[in-house]
Each structure stands twice: as C-alpha cells, then as structure tokens.
Design a protein around this ligand. Structure first.
Ligand SMILES: [Zn+2]
Length: 360
C-alpha cells in the first residue's frame, strides 16, 4: 500500500503503518495534551497504541489461519480505521474461507473475555474515570467487544461478509455467492445510511459509506478473479512492439511514444536480452530533467522481474502490484525478450470475453 512503511516483523509477516495512522496519534496526543498536559497526552497515545495492538492480534488471527491452508500473508497494514491483512489470495474452498474469516473475530472475542475478567466483569464503557488498570481493562474490553460485533456485520469488507459469502457458496457458485453477498452488504449500507439520518448519528453514515464501497470493490475483484481464472500470460501479451537499444537518447523514446500506440518501451541489447523498461512517466521526467539529448537508459526500471508466457494471470498481477508497474517483460526460454504483458491488454481481453458471454 502506498504511503505506508514497515515498522516490525511478526511471525515472518511485515507490520506496516500508514502515514495517516501517525496523524491519528498526533491528533489524539494533541487533543489529550490540550486538556490535561503531558501525562494525559501520553496516556491517550498509549491507549491508542494498545487498541491497535488488539487490532494487530485480530489480523494475525486471519494470517495464522491462512497459513494453516498454505496461504501466505504479505503484510499487515494499520490505518486509522483499523487493520488490513493482505493475504496473497482468498481461499477458494468455502470451508477454509469461513475458518480464515472467523479466526480474527475469535481472537477479538478471546481478548474481550480476558479484559472483561481483568476489569472485574464491569459493563462496557469508554469513559476513563481514573488512569488506573481497572479502567484501562474495562475500556479495552469495550474496544474488543466493539471490534468483534463490527466485524461480524454480514457485509463486505467485514469478516461477517466473507462468512456469508462462503455459506452461500456451499449452495451456488462462488461468483453468484459474491454477487448476492455484495448486494446484501449494499442494502445494509443504505439501511445504515437511513438510520444515521433518523438518529442523526454521523458515525453511522461513515460506516455506511465504508461498507458500500467495500462491497462494490469486493464484487468487482471477485468478477475479475473468476473472469481471469485459468488464463495465462500468453493469452494477453503483445509480441510485436518497438524496442530501444541501450544507448538510445530520450529523443528516440519520445519519437516512439509519438509514432506508436505503446506507452512503455523495453530496452534490449544486441542479443535480444531485456535491459530495462522505460515507462511514459519516467520518459517525461527524463525530458524535464535532462532534455531530449540525455541518455534514456538511466530512467528505465531495471530491476523488473520477468514472467513466462505460461504463467497464470494471478501470478503476473501479483508481480505487477508488488513492483507498481503497468507492464512486465515476458521472456522466452533463452532469456530473450519475447513479449510485453500490460494491464491495458488484459482490459481489452476481458472486454472481448464479456461480449462472448453476452452472445452465448
Ligand atoms: Zn477481521
């Protein structure tokens, strides 16, 4: 995720913090500090850090359950609205999906129970009368109870939405199950929106918007996943394209940009081996920095991994996302550049496929 940076490694999983999360800490510290000075500011920040510690444990629950089924977790990112565990894929099997989805809320339920006992079974509260341990435990009990209930709402992107989809998937295809679950999520979002208006509770409206867009993006992602299932790089790669020699100037690249339909240009040496990729953005930056006579290769992305024509789309997409590139080089068995795999071509292929589905 952009604008996030790593802070720790837990069980081999990178823990990242989004910059907006630091803003939240500053805000909490500032607001408490204005009221009660340094000690209040420290207490406020420590409390927020403990809350997010609980969130990390919740996400680790998902990650560990995923690991049981051989699914790696790339990282856990903390945002002001909570945590996100990036599992490399969602389990295809509904039973496994339910277990992975429930593992997080199960951790929250366990934490809630522990803090409830520690707080002497007092009711949920977010008010801190004192800065004592009893009050702290009572507040952490309430937070974990809230996390548990919020995540069990049966709407994407909450865990309850995934459980609902998996339950539906037992009876119908995964694609239809996702559509129905997303529809239920969006209906719920509208109901919440109405409730926020009637109760004049703006927080509910925020949650409603979050659920609405979460459901839409989950449905789109599932569509894409099922449309791309079984497709290989060879199905969408272009094999006729312009290349640049290693000693090309930026003016040569600019000429290609003007006279071809390509946006990104690969460099190859005399043996046909891939040297790097010059994207349109990098080309423009080069022209601004050193002008048309400058060498082009220094502006190319040289550490791009390549893919093979036999690789699945899912693999190529993961590589693209990791390296934030719109295009990947496809090499043949002799390590020579054979084709280019780009998001644009994938989009066109899916468009063609959708017309086939309409006619069938
Ligand atoms: Zn969760």
């Amino acid at each position: 995720m952009r604008w996030s940076f790593p802070v720790a490694r837990l069980f081999g999983i990178e823990l990242r913090i989004h910059v907006t999360f630091l803003l939240l800490l500053l805000w909490i510290g500032g607001a408490h500090g204005l009221e009660g000075g340094w000690s209040a500011a420290t207490a406020g920040v420590v409390f927020v850090l403990m809350v997010f510690g609980c969130v990390v444990l919740h996400e680790l629950g998902h990650a560990m359950a995923g690991r049981k089924f051989g699914i790696r977790t790339e990282d856990i990112t903390l945002l002001p609205i909570g945590g996100v565990a990036h599992l490399e894929r969602i389990p295809e099997n509904p039973r496994e999906e339910i277990i992975v989805a429930l593992a997080g809320p199960l951790v929250s339920a366990g934490l809630a129970l522990v803090f409830w006992i520690a707080a002497g079974f007092s009711g949920p509260t977010l008010e801190a009368e004192t800065l004592g341990l009893d009050d702290l435990a009572a507040r952490l009990f309430s937070i974990n109870l809230g996390l548990l209930l919020f995540n069990l709402i049966p709407a994407f992107p909450m865990d309850g939405g995934r459980v609902l989809r998996a339950l539906l998937a037992f009876r119908m295809g995964g694609r239809r199950a996702t559509r129905i679950a997303a529809g239920i999520g969006q209906t719920l979002a509208f109901a919440l929106g109405a409730a926020s208006w009637i109760l004049s509770a703006p927080v509910l409206l925020l949650i409603a918007i979050f659920i609405y867009f979460g459901a839409a993006s989950e449905a789109a992602y599932a569509e894409l996943r099922s449309a791309c299932r079984g497709l290989r790089v060879a199905d969408a790669m272009i094999t006729s394209f312009a290349t640049l020699p290693g000693d090309a100037r930026l003016r040569d690249a600019a000429a290609l940009l003007q006279h071809t339909a390509q946006h990104d240009f690969p460099f190859v040496n005399n043996a046909g081996q891939f040297l790097g990729l010059l994207t349109r953005t990098a080309l423009i930056m080069g022209l601004q920095e050193v002008g048309p006579d400058g060498a082009a290769l220094p502006y190319a992305q040289k550490d791009l991994p390549s893919v093979l024509s036999t690789h699945l789309f899912s693999h190529a997409f993961a590589v693209m996302q990791q390296h934030e590139t719109p295009t990947l080089p496809v090499l043949d068995e002799n390590n020579r550049l054979w084709g280019l795999f780009s998001q644009e071509k994938v989009g066109e292929l899916l468009l063609l496929q959708s017309t086939k589905n309409v006619r069938a």
